[in-house]
Each structure stands twice: as C-alpha cells, then as structure tokens.
Design a protein around this ligand. Structure first.
Ligand code: H2U
Ligand code: ZN
Length: 352
C-alpha cells in the first residue's frame, strides 16, 4: 500500500516528535453532514476599551495600572501560576506519591496598544516588534540561573480559554523541562544519535519535496500540516535554517518570522471568515546553558475548529482513553489552507 491509498482507509500515523500515534479515519468524512459554514458575528472593533485590563492607561485586575504604552508591553502576570522563590521540596513515598517544588516566572506580553488588532491584522513592522520582544525576553530570562525552559504561547479566542480579547501572549520561564518539550528533546537526541542529522531538518526537506502538506513558506520558514497532525487544521512552523532558539535568528530571519506568522494566521482567519481561535507556542532548546545542538526551533498551532466558526473538535471519549483521532486527512487540511488568500477577509471587504 502507498501513501495515496491511505486516503481511503483507517490507519495510524506516528509522531516522531512525541513518539505517539494518531488514528486517521478518512472514510468518515463521507458520512452525511448537514452543517454549513456559518460566520461568527464579527467582534466589535474598538481600538481602545475602557473596561479592558490590558489597554494602555487602564487599571488591571490586580490593582496595578498599565502605562500609556505605545508599542509592546510586558508585565509580570498578576495571577502567576508559578513563583520565583519556591521553597525547595523533593518528596517521594514508595515511588507513588512523588512531588517536587517548582520555581518560575509568568509574564504577559500585550502585542500593541490596539485592542482590536491581532497578528493577522497588524502591520508587518508591528509584528516584528512582537518578535523582538520575544527575543529580548528569552535572552533576559535565560540569564536567570535556575531557568531551564522558556515557553512563549498565545491563547487566541474564548474557545481556547483566552481571558481577554486584547491581543496578547504569555511567557512562562521555569525550573524544569515541561512534559512535551521533554519528550521532544528525547526524540531530537535519539534521532540525531541514530541518523547523524536533525529530525526537523530532515522532515522539512521531505515536506518541501513532496509539497502535499505545505501551507505557506518564505525564505526563512515553512508551515506544514504535519503528517501526524491531531487537530483538524493543526500546523507546524519550521525554521529553514537549523537553529535552536528564536534569539539565534538573524535580523532578516526575525522579519521573515513576523511575515510567516501573518501568512498562516491570515489563512486561518480566512478559512471560516472568523477570528480563528488557537493555542500556539514556540519550542526552543532548553535554556540550561548546554548547547542542545540537536534541537530545531519551531512552533505549533493547535486550532480547535473543524467545520465552521462554531463547530469544533472535541478531544473526548476514545481520545481521552485511547489515542487521538482525526477524520479529515492532513493532506486535505493542508490543501484547503494553502488555497486561501493571503489578504485578510476584513481588509478585503474594506477595500471593495
Ligand atoms: P490568557 O488570556 O492566555 O489567559 O492570558 C492572560 C493572562 O493575563 C492571564 O494569565 C493575566 C491572567 O492571569 N492577567 C493579569 O495578570 N492581570 C490582569 O489584570 C488581567 C489578566
Ligand atoms: Zn484592550
């Protein structure tokens, strides 16, 4: 059997980054479905919201007041999940009750003073400022001796638990390697040891040759729906040059990163003509001072939507108990995303 015959039959696909399997059931997409592609009510586009905790000059929920910032704005999360000075604890009872203390810092980054402009709608120069602040923050946080991992992530939309529509992301820096980066690090190390090359450099080469899962690219980055995608329109953003962290990107590459972030998010918004919800985040090498030359800088986008602005995929039932499963194939999701315009639907209707 070859790859094209897989388009009709249930099968499993292997994720070499996490070394887990996903079930793919393409034949189910033929089942009757009477839904339609419906558009969400467009969010009221206010540039400034006096009731927003993140807008310039406003008071936050914790009582602090934001400065009248004019570019990006970073502050320590008023409700931080981790604290920098955890009391040391290392408990183990019969290998069954195991716990350790964890120090960390949690920050919030407002992308711009504008309450209404998310990444796909911002100017390229403003997105570049966001990339700059991510690099600056990573560089600053990794100088803290106990910081071993820096996670930059964005929850967009209420569906993904974002607490505020003002475009922002979070940065958590902590003492230990979280589960998923830990699994990815083991996979990078094992692959590099066995094949004497980089897992994601090899994967990217394969995808750029095959082209069937490539959504968009520029000189520095490519976005693919990975062969092993779990979420219907999940994507993987890969740097073309092998580098381990965002701060290692050249000035040109930082601009290209800003560009590719817009290319993929504009496509997402255009898919159902709605502000497309997702959780996304960057995976970089651990910041423990070791080189980790086998790690390859990348980002994951996990959007929950399946068929329209309101029909989402749920990770329930078999997926909670067995393994993740998808119906629409990664190839067909990539084809749909790749075919979309790079002009945002709201900017299109404004110009007509
Ligand atoms: P999310 O939208 O991804 O939840 O991120 C917003 C974060 O902002 C959230 O973690 C913090 C919340 O704790 N926050 C503040 O620190 N101060 C506020 O006044 C509002 C929200
Ligand atoms: Zn706001």
């Amino acid at each position: 059997m070859n790859h094209s015959q897989l388009q009709q039959v249930p099968h499993r696909r292997f994720n070499p980054l996490t070394r887990e399997w996903v079930m793919v059931s393409p034949h189910r997409t033929e089942r009757p479905w009477q839904g339609r592609v419906e558009k969400d009510a467009p969010a009221a586009a206010v540039r400034y919201d006096p009731a927003c905790y993140l807008c310039p000059g406003n008071e936050r929920a914790g009582g602090a007041r934001n400065p009248k910032y004019t570019s990006t704005f970073v502050f320590d999360n008023d409700f931080a999940a981790l604290l920098p000075d955890a009391h040391h604890a290392d408990l183990n009872e019969a290998d069954l009750l195991v716990a350790r203390s964890e120090s960390g810092l949690c920050r919030v980054v407002c992308f711009s003073p504008r309450h209404d402009l998310a990444i796909p709608m911002m100017t390229p120069a403003k997105v570049r400022q966001v990339v700059n602040i991510w690099c600056e923050q990573s560089q600053q946080l990794e100088t803290i001796p106990w910081v071993r991992h820096i996670q930059i992530f964005e929850n967009r939309g209420v569906l993904m638990g974002a607490s505020n529509p003002h475009p922002h992301c979070q940065i958590w820096a902590n003492e230990s390697l979280p589960n998923i980066p830990h699994r990815e690090l083991s996979a990078f190390e094992a692959y590099s040891k066995g094949k004497k090359s980089c897992l994601l450099c090899d994967y990217l080469k394969l995808e750029l040759n095959k082209k069937e899962r490539v959504v968009c690219q520029n000189d520095g980055f490519a976005v693919v729906v990975p062969y092993w995608a779990v979420w219907p329109f999940e994507t993987l953003l890969l740097s073309k040059r092998h580098s381990g962290a965002m701060e290692e990107l050249s000035s040109d590459e930082r601009s290209l990163l800003a560009d590719i972030l817009q290319k993929i998010t504009v496509r997402y918004d255009n898919l159902f003509e709605t502000p497309f919800p997702y959780s996304m985040g960057f995976h970089q090498r651990p910041s423990d001072g070791l080189p980790h030359a086998e790690c390859h800088f990348h980002a994951h986008y996990y959007p929950p939507l399946l068929r329209s602005a309101t029909v989402r995929k749920f990770m329930v039932g078999y997926e909670m108990l067995g393994s993740p499963q998808r119906d629409i194939t990664p190839e067909s999701a990539a084809g749909r995303l790749a075919g979309l315009s790079e002009i945002h639907y709201l900017q299109r209707s404004n110009s007509t």
